[in-house]
Design a protein around this ligand. Structure first.
Ligand code: CS2
Length: 499
């Protein structure tokens, strides 16, 4: 079999082997600038948009992918070499796979190389939407200050060098300023990150920055820019070398960075697009007036569920999420957490069958073909835990509900932050707060509460005696008996109580 490098020139030959875009990519106009072209965007928004572009009435919604950070250089060069094309491999539970080439990214820019080009593109009147997957940490929110973190050196850089920014805040501010100065219309800024009320979050953080960087722009933004909230979902593990090789061996396609994902996908979006929007509802997205309950459900069950499995699983020496969930003690613990600590805070979710949803999560986590890496899940936990788990803790404390299992996970995270699993193997960790986490984790060996002193993560949680007691008990129990034995004990106690 002849091998083909994935690019426009080879697309018709490739179309004999896997499905490729059936629309003429050269006729697509760019209407969206997307920042953060990692795996998740390419499995989600870019996938939905690719389906949509098959409808000729929607040809104004091509995507210009922006690689914002130096770290993104590899994906930028890959997409550039492949004319924006990439392969999406959907791995079903039963082992079957669907392989298709996605064509919705029709332009790509690398911000560190040419910041003005990115600013100009974002200010282009054809661009109606600037969408973002910049990760939880990218919003620059500080839990201790309950607001924008101006101490971040990158933010200081952007304030000092507005024409060559490094953060999303610097870029968006400059481009909106150009729109205003040129008498152009505004646009929609659409967050696609896992944050409760992500639209409000980006609005608040952006306005905090603009108030200092370009104060006269605040009012214009309030009138001309909209920030819809959205819930996004599709499990997308890190692409492995084996995936790349497999694609080449099975289909003769040489793609330097294909994306692998699960079949499930969900996108629930608040219909608040000031300059119009793609008809994503025709390809499976849901537009609703209030997305907040959906977001809450997904973040506190799916994402928190991931963190539970990831942190406990890492200590037990597992490498992937499916391994962790196949341990019945761990999956029982997760189910108990979802039932007794999360469900009571969710309120009434109209039209959603919560029990089915929770059950389906266990199935999705258990997809052996996905092999979602525990290292991926545990990375940047200092930004994830305040979003995925702590809101549940606060709500439960408020209504005097149980926080025992959540406290157990936080204690396990403190022990995970010592850097080794229970067998003594070094853990591959990655976290913006790594140094601080290491320091506090070591101090916590003698005084577990010290870990809760990381205010930018925990805020004032250490003042709750109920939480501290549960956390300290869990910490001591894990150190003494190990994760599995401690989990068995909690599961048994819960079983006896529920009888
Ligand atoms: C994961 C998410 O990063 C994480 O910890 O929970 O990336 C998760 O896989 C996605 O949100 C699924 O929609």
């Amino acid at each position: 079999m002849k091998n083909y490098t994935l690019n426009t020139k080879n697309l018709s030959s490739i179309s004999e082997r896997v499905s490729v875009p059936k629309y003429d990519r050269s006729k697509i106009k760019t209407g969206i600038v997307h920042v953060g072209i990692g795996g998740f965007h390419r499995a989600h928004e870019a996938f939905y948009t690719d389906q949509l572009l098959h409808d000729p009435s929607q040809s104004d919604w091509g995507i210009c992918g922006v690689a914002l950070l130096e770290f993104d250089t590899k994906i930028y060069h890959t997409l550039k070499k492949q004319d924006g094309l990439y392969t999406l491999i959907v791995k079903e539970l039963d082992g079957t796979q669907t392989t298709q080439v996605i064509g919705s990214i029709t332009e790509y820019l690398y911000a560190p190389e040419n910041s003005m080009a990115v600013i100009e593109k974002m200010a282009d009147p054809d661009i109606k939407i600037i969408s973002l997957t910049i990760t939880e940490g990218g919003y620059n929110y500080d839990e201790a200050k309950k607001g924008f973190n101006f101490c971040n050196p990158l933010i200081q850089h952007d304030l000092a060098h507005p024409k060559t920014p490094k953060t999303i805040f610097g870029y968006v501010t400059q481009s909106l300023n150009l729109r205003r100065n040129r008498g152009l219309k505004g646009c929609t800024i659409q967050s696609c990150d896992n944050i409760q009320e992500n639209g409000h979050m980006i609005k608040n953080m952006l306005l905090s920055y603009v108030k200092v960087a370009e104060p006269t722009l605040v009012e214009w933004i309030e009138k001309n820019v909209s920030f819809p909230n959205a819930m996004v979902d599709r499990i997308t593990p890190v692409t492995s070398e084996a995936d790349i090789l497999n694609l080449k061996e099975t289909f003769g396609i040489e793609d330097a960075w294909p994306v692998v994902c699960e079949p499930f996908k969900q996108w629930v979006i608040e219909d608040n697009f000031i300059e119009g929007r793609p008809a994503w509802e025709t390809v499976g997205a849901q537009f609703v007036t209030n997305v907040v309950p959906y977001e809450k459900m997904k973040l506190s069950l799916l994402n928190a569920g991931h963190s539970v499995l990831g942190i406990l699983g890492a200590l037990l020496g597992y490498k992937t999420i499916d391994e962790a969930v196949r341990n019945p003690n761990i999956s029982d613990f997760l189910m108990t957490y979802m039932d007794t600590e999360v469900t009571p805070i969710l309120g009434n979710l109209e039209g959603i069958h919560l029990n089915e949803y929770k059950q389906s999560l266990l199935e999705r986590f258990g997809n052996v073909n996905i092999k979602d890496q525990i290292d991926r899940i545990c990375s940047e936990s200092s930004a994830k835990i305040p979003i995925f788990i702590l809101p549940t803790v606060h709500a439960q404390l408020k209504q005097k509900g149980s926080v025992q299992l959540a406290a157990f996970v936080i204690a396990a995270w403190a022990i995970y932050s010592l850097g080794k699993d229970e067998k003594g193997t070094v853990l591959e960790r990655k976290d913006a707060l790594q140094t601080l986490l290491n320091e506090k984790a070591h101090e916590a060996i003698n005084a577990p509460i010290t870990f809760l002193e990381i205010e930018s993560v925990f805020g004032k949680l250490k003042e709750s005696s109920t939480f501290v007691e549960a956390y300290t008990n869990a910490y001591n129990s894990i150190l003494k008996d190990g994760v599995e034995q401690s989990v068995i004990e909690i599961n048994t106690n819960n079983l006896t109580q529920s009888k």
